[in-house]
Design a protein around this ligand. Structure first.
Ligand SMILES: [Cu+2]
Length: 173
């Protein structure tokens, strides 16, 4: 990824992200009622998260979002009752170090898919309200620019179960 020049501003955005996320809670419900009428064409497969020690303050959710339609879409936000703050994150390489940055949106091209996986895009769950335990599930609401909101269930896998997204290596375009 060639995001290096943007790093400073993205990191600055990360530090100030908490308030905008709260601000979006209100128009969420509005978008949701619109989306139930206009059924989404997006499909979310293989949504998973990794179990964490009970004291862990943050977790991450991964998945594959398939867009079989002719219209490109864009993931614009996510939220979950399990986390006080939920952010869209990417990983960037900087001076041989991988670090996470907050991103505003992630594109899902038409007839393509977006893969969220360890080391790449993910949904960051910040200030966890309960532990992520293997075998349990967490609720997640995704908000898309065109498809509206989509409620999904994320499987929490044990940390020694390996990654679940091996078949999706051609993730980002
Ligand atoms: Cu992150």
């Amino acid at each position: 990824m060639r995001l290096t020049a943007l790093t400073a501003s993205l990191l600055a955005a990360t530090l100030t992200c908490a308030l905008p996320v709260y601000a979006e809670h209100h128009h969420h419900s509005t978008v949701h009622s619109a989306a139930t009428a206009q059924h989404t064409t997006l499909q979310v497969n293989n949504a998973w998260s990794r179990e964490l020690p009970p004291s862990a303050p943050v977790g991450a959710a991964f998945m594959t979002i398939v867009n079989p339609s002719d219209q490109a879409d864009r993931l614009i936000s996510a939220h979950s009752s399990i986390a006080k703050v939920t952010e869209l994150h990417a990983h960037i390489h900087e001076n041989d170090v991988m670090r996470m940055v907050k991103v505003d949106t992630v594109d899902i091209p038409a007839h393509d898919q977006l893969v969220l996986a360890p080391g790449g895009y993910h949904i960051m769950l910040i200030d966890l309200q309960r532990p992520l335990l293997a075998g349990e599930h967490l609720p997640l609401t995704l908000e898309f620019e065109h498809a509206g909101t989509l409620d999904i269930t994320v499987d929490i896998k044990s940390s020694d179960a390996g990654t679940a997204a091996d078949h999706d290596d051609h993730a980002h375009h």
